[in-house]
Ligand binder design. Structure first.
Ligand code: GLU
Ligand code: ZN
Length: 323
């Protein structure tokens, strides 16, 4: 029995909430190479639903940073194609349709619990954002009960009990139990729009994305997203969660650390090919840092040589590249 595998479609999905930094550069390079190595396509999608954190100039900035690095895409806000629009705030109808299907199958219910949590749902959660398991206070409601509510509410997805497993391309077989990891989670609010979890799944499915390479801070989101794929009858993509970058102090690189922002490096005159060489070196593909373009690594891309731990960004190495 044999069948041709479908062509790979990968994506770059920056959130325009601040400048992209070296950690993003490495993750996006890996996502880009994984698709190009397979002869696949790349989409670029701007994830701007978290309006409290989005900065208008960061949308254009993300495209500029990624192009400076030498990445390209087959479809995106500046390369029109069949899967557009490519900015989440312009795709609200896609999320509304997915939510309607979840309502019809009673897989969501209106929740009137904590306001703070409801407001945070637009953002992609990072590992430290995991709160306690939702106690199911509103789970007795049906979707139709929303009509009689006199308070603001959000739609919450009914998480079945049990483990969810996926074969992570980088981490290997991974098992998490979303019913013990936050439990029923938010998927959207009337008027205010979808939560990150629903938007990212609806978009990847609608855009035909079948390969998702992203930072491992999103690992706790993955079993939730797999439940949404199943609930909506969509094919689950191949996932690879890659390590984040940290500073020598062991802390995660933050967008606020100006020195490692791509825009700062670009404006300082750094040769992006040196940066790409450093990233390739950090992935175990070369012993020496050689100035190179992403394209130079398509043939040598290999996820298995990427170190399992976080990438420690040494300021001294950065300084030597700039020199
Ligand atoms: N836009 C999200 C972030 O920057 C990534 C979403 C994803 O890759 O699923 O955190
Ligand atoms: Zn509730």
């Amino acid at each position: 029995m044999s069948h041709a595998s479908p062509p790979v479609v990968g994506r770059l999905a920056p959130s325009p909430t601040g400048g992209l930094h070296l950690g993003h550069a490495r993750t996006f390079l890996l996502a880009w190479l994984a698709a190009r190595h397979a002869g696949g396509r790349i989409l670029l999608r701007i994830e701007d639903l978290d309006t409290s954190r989005v900065r208008a100039e960061a949308k254009a900035g993300a495209l500029t940073d990624l192009r400076w690095l030498g990445l390209d895409w087959d479809e995106g806000p500046d390369v029109v194609g069949p899967s557009g629009p490519y900015i989440q705030s312009e795709r609200l109808g896609v999320y509304e349709a997915a939510l309607e299907r979840l309502k019809r199958t009673e897989l969501v219910y209106p929740c009137t619990c904590t306001r703070a949590e409801i407001e945070r749902a637009a953002a992609a959660p990072h590992a430290e954002d995991e709160g306690p398991v939702y106690p199911g206070t509103c789970a007795h409601r049906t979707a139709a009960d929303a009509l009689g509510l006199d308070r603001p509410f959000a739609w919450r997805f009914r998480v079945p009990t049990g483990e969810v497993e996926w074969d992570d391309w980088f981490m290997g077989p991974t098992v998490l139990d979303p019913s013990r990891l936050g439990g029923d989670f938010l998927v959207g609010r009337p008027q205010a729009g979808p939560a990150y979890q629903l938007a990212v799944v609806a978009d990847d499915a609608a855009m035909g994305v079948n390969q998702v390479i992203r930072g491992d801070d999103l690992v706790p989101s993955t079993p939730r997203q797999i439940l949404l794929y199943r609930a909506l009858g969509w094919v689950v993509p191949r996932f690879a969660h890659v390590p984040l970058a940290i500073g020598p102090d062991g802390r995660r690189l933050a967008k606020r650390d100006g020195s490692i922002k791509l825009a700062t490096l670009r404006e300082s005159g750094l040769d992006p090919r040196k940066l790409v060489g450093w990233l390739a070196h950090s992935c175990g593909w070369t012993d020496a840092i050689v100035a190179s373009t992403p394209r130079d690594w398509i043939g040598r891309f290999d996820l298995s040589t990427v170190p399992k731990g976080p990438w420690v960004v040494e300021p001294g190495t950065l300084a030597s590249l700039a020199g």
